[in-house]
Design a protein around this ligand. Structure first.
Ligand SMILES: CC(C)(COP(=O)(O)OP(=O)(O)OC[C@H]1O[C@@H](n2cnc3c(N)ncnc32)[C@H](O)[C@@H]1OP(=O)(O)O)[C@@H](O)C(=O)NCCC(=O)NCCS
Length: 138
Protein backbone atom coordinates (compact mmCIF):
# COMPACT_ATOMS: atom_id res chain seq x y z
CA UNK A 1 0.00 0.00 0.00
CA UNK A 2 2.79 2.42 0.99
CA UNK A 3 4.68 1.68 -2.23
CA UNK A 4 1.57 1.99 -4.39
CA UNK A 5 0.94 5.48 -3.08
CA UNK A 6 4.63 6.42 -3.49
CA UNK A 7 4.54 5.27 -7.14
CA UNK A 8 1.52 7.45 -7.87
CA UNK A 9 3.03 10.63 -6.44
CA UNK A 10 3.67 13.22 -9.11
CA UNK A 11 5.87 16.24 -8.49
CA UNK A 12 5.32 19.33 -10.59
CA UNK A 13 6.66 22.86 -10.71
CA UNK A 14 3.90 25.23 -9.64
CA UNK A 15 2.64 27.96 -11.95
CA UNK A 16 0.44 30.98 -11.35
CA UNK A 17 -2.69 28.96 -12.17
CA UNK A 18 -1.94 26.72 -9.14
CA UNK A 19 -2.15 29.57 -6.63
CA UNK A 20 -5.82 28.89 -5.63
CA UNK A 21 -5.14 25.24 -4.81
CA UNK A 22 -1.98 26.13 -2.87
CA UNK A 23 -3.96 28.69 -0.86
CA UNK A 24 -6.66 26.06 -0.20
CA UNK A 25 -4.04 23.59 1.03
CA UNK A 26 -2.38 26.30 3.10
CA UNK A 27 -5.71 27.31 4.72
CA UNK A 28 -6.21 23.76 5.96
CA UNK A 29 -2.70 22.67 6.90
CA UNK A 30 -0.25 25.55 7.04
CA UNK A 31 -2.07 28.46 8.63
CA UNK A 32 -0.89 27.68 12.18
CA UNK A 33 2.78 27.93 11.25
CA UNK A 34 3.16 29.86 8.01
CA UNK A 35 1.64 32.99 6.58
CA UNK A 36 1.09 32.27 2.93
CA UNK A 37 -0.79 34.65 0.72
CA UNK A 38 -1.04 35.34 -2.98
CA UNK A 39 1.74 37.95 -2.90
CA UNK A 40 4.14 35.56 -1.16
CA UNK A 41 3.41 32.84 -3.73
CA UNK A 42 3.72 35.20 -6.72
CA UNK A 43 7.07 36.44 -5.42
CA UNK A 44 8.36 32.88 -5.00
CA UNK A 45 7.09 31.82 -8.43
CA UNK A 46 8.99 34.74 -9.91
CA UNK A 47 12.21 34.60 -7.89
CA UNK A 48 12.30 31.03 -6.65
CA UNK A 49 10.76 27.65 -7.23
CA UNK A 50 7.62 26.08 -5.79
CA UNK A 51 7.22 22.33 -6.19
CA UNK A 52 3.95 20.53 -5.52
CA UNK A 53 3.39 16.84 -4.87
CA UNK A 54 0.12 15.39 -6.16
CA UNK A 55 -1.67 12.13 -5.48
CA UNK A 56 -4.67 11.48 -7.74
CA UNK A 57 -4.88 15.18 -8.62
CA UNK A 58 -4.93 16.11 -4.93
CA UNK A 59 -2.14 18.27 -3.50
CA UNK A 60 -0.30 16.38 -0.75
CA UNK A 61 2.98 18.27 -0.41
CA UNK A 62 4.76 21.53 -1.10
CA UNK A 63 8.35 22.80 -1.08
CA UNK A 64 9.50 26.37 -1.58
CA UNK A 65 13.09 27.29 -2.35
CA UNK A 66 14.67 30.61 -3.24
CA UNK A 67 18.36 31.46 -3.75
CA UNK A 68 19.23 27.79 -3.02
CA UNK A 69 17.56 28.19 0.39
CA UNK A 70 14.60 26.10 1.53
CA UNK A 71 11.90 28.18 3.17
CA UNK A 72 9.05 25.70 3.38
CA UNK A 73 8.55 21.98 3.20
CA UNK A 74 5.25 20.39 4.15
CA UNK A 75 3.61 17.03 3.53
CA UNK A 76 -0.05 16.21 4.18
CA UNK A 77 -0.20 14.32 7.53
CA UNK A 78 -1.81 11.24 5.92
CA UNK A 79 0.88 11.04 3.26
CA UNK A 80 3.99 11.22 5.45
CA UNK A 81 6.76 8.61 5.52
CA UNK A 82 6.36 7.88 1.81
CA UNK A 83 9.48 9.85 0.84
CA UNK A 84 7.49 12.76 -0.52
CA UNK A 85 9.47 15.20 1.65
CA UNK A 86 12.80 13.74 0.56
CA UNK A 87 11.75 13.72 -3.11
CA UNK A 88 10.81 17.39 -2.93
CA UNK A 89 14.17 18.13 -1.30
CA UNK A 90 16.09 16.09 -3.88
CA UNK A 91 14.50 18.11 -6.67
CA UNK A 92 14.82 21.50 -5.00
CA UNK A 93 18.43 20.80 -4.03
CA UNK A 94 18.72 23.53 -1.39
CA UNK A 95 22.20 24.25 -0.05
CA UNK A 96 20.73 26.02 2.97
CA UNK A 97 17.66 25.24 5.06
CA UNK A 98 15.84 27.66 7.31
CA UNK A 99 14.20 25.22 9.70
CA UNK A 100 11.47 26.55 11.99
CA UNK A 101 12.04 24.89 15.35
CA UNK A 102 8.84 26.05 17.06
CA UNK A 103 6.28 24.56 14.69
CA UNK A 104 3.10 23.02 16.06
CA UNK A 105 4.22 19.83 14.29
CA UNK A 106 7.53 19.70 16.18
CA UNK A 107 11.16 20.41 15.44
CA UNK A 108 12.22 19.31 11.92
CA UNK A 109 15.99 19.68 12.53
CA UNK A 110 16.58 15.91 13.12
CA UNK A 111 14.76 15.19 9.85
CA UNK A 112 17.17 17.35 7.86
CA UNK A 113 20.16 15.96 9.77
CA UNK A 114 19.15 12.49 8.61
CA UNK A 115 19.22 13.82 5.06
CA UNK A 116 22.76 15.15 5.38
CA UNK A 117 22.28 18.72 6.54
CA UNK A 118 24.24 20.15 9.47
CA UNK A 119 23.38 23.00 11.81
CA UNK A 120 25.47 26.05 10.88
CA UNK A 121 23.64 28.73 12.92
CA UNK A 122 21.47 27.30 15.72
CA UNK A 123 19.45 30.50 16.12
CA UNK A 124 19.11 33.09 13.36
CA UNK A 125 19.86 36.43 15.14
CA UNK A 126 16.77 37.94 13.46
CA UNK A 127 14.50 35.08 14.52
CA UNK A 128 15.70 32.74 17.24
CA UNK A 129 13.19 30.09 16.19
CA UNK A 130 14.93 29.61 12.87
CA UNK A 131 17.83 27.16 12.76
CA UNK A 132 20.05 27.53 9.71
CA UNK A 133 21.37 24.31 8.26
CA UNK A 134 23.81 23.60 5.47
CA UNK A 135 24.39 20.59 3.26
CA UNK A 136 27.47 18.68 4.36
CA UNK A 137 30.11 18.54 1.66
CA UNK A 138 30.73 15.00 0.41
C1 LIG B 1 9.17 16.90 7.79
C2 LIG B 1 8.25 16.38 6.65
C3 LIG B 1 8.26 17.38 5.52
C4 LIG B 1 8.78 15.04 6.18
O1 LIG B 1 7.99 14.60 5.09
P1 LIG B 1 7.84 13.04 4.72
O2 LIG B 1 7.33 12.95 3.33
O3 LIG B 1 7.07 12.37 5.77
O4 LIG B 1 9.36 12.58 4.82
P2 LIG B 1 10.06 11.27 4.28
O5 LIG B 1 9.04 10.25 3.91
O6 LIG B 1 11.08 11.70 3.32
O7 LIG B 1 10.82 10.77 5.61
C5 LIG B 1 10.07 10.24 6.66
C6 LIG B 1 11.00 9.86 7.80
O8 LIG B 1 11.44 11.05 8.47
C7 LIG B 1 11.09 10.96 9.85
N1 LIG B 1 10.77 12.28 10.36
C8 LIG B 1 9.77 13.10 9.98
N2 LIG B 1 9.79 14.22 10.72
C9 LIG B 1 10.85 14.11 11.55
C10 LIG B 1 11.40 14.95 12.55
N3 LIG B 1 10.87 16.14 12.84
N4 LIG B 1 12.51 14.50 13.21
C11 LIG B 1 13.07 13.30 12.94
N5 LIG B 1 12.59 12.46 11.99
C12 LIG B 1 11.49 12.86 11.31
C13 LIG B 1 9.87 10.06 9.88
O9 LIG B 1 9.71 9.47 11.16
C14 LIG B 1 10.23 9.02 8.82
O10 LIG B 1 11.09 8.07 9.35
P3 LIG B 1 11.14 6.57 8.76
O11 LIG B 1 11.56 6.69 7.31
O12 LIG B 1 12.18 5.90 9.61
O13 LIG B 1 9.77 6.05 8.91
C15 LIG B 1 6.81 16.15 7.18
O14 LIG B 1 6.86 15.32 8.32
C16 LIG B 1 6.08 17.43 7.53
O15 LIG B 1 5.44 18.03 6.68
N6 LIG B 1 6.19 17.85 8.80
C17 LIG B 1 5.52 19.03 9.27
C18 LIG B 1 6.12 20.29 8.72
C19 LIG B 1 7.61 20.41 8.90
O16 LIG B 1 8.16 20.15 9.96
N7 LIG B 1 8.27 20.85 7.82
C20 LIG B 1 9.65 21.23 7.83
C21 LIG B 1 9.66 22.71 7.84
S1 LIG B 1 11.22 23.50 7.93
Amino acid sequence: MLNKIAQKIEIIKAEEKDIPIILGFSDIFLRRDWIINKGYLLSNLKNGIILLAFFNDKIVGIGICKNKTLYLLYVHPKFRSRKIGSKLLQKLKPETIRARTNQTTGNPVPYYERLGYKISIPHDPKNRNICIMQKELA
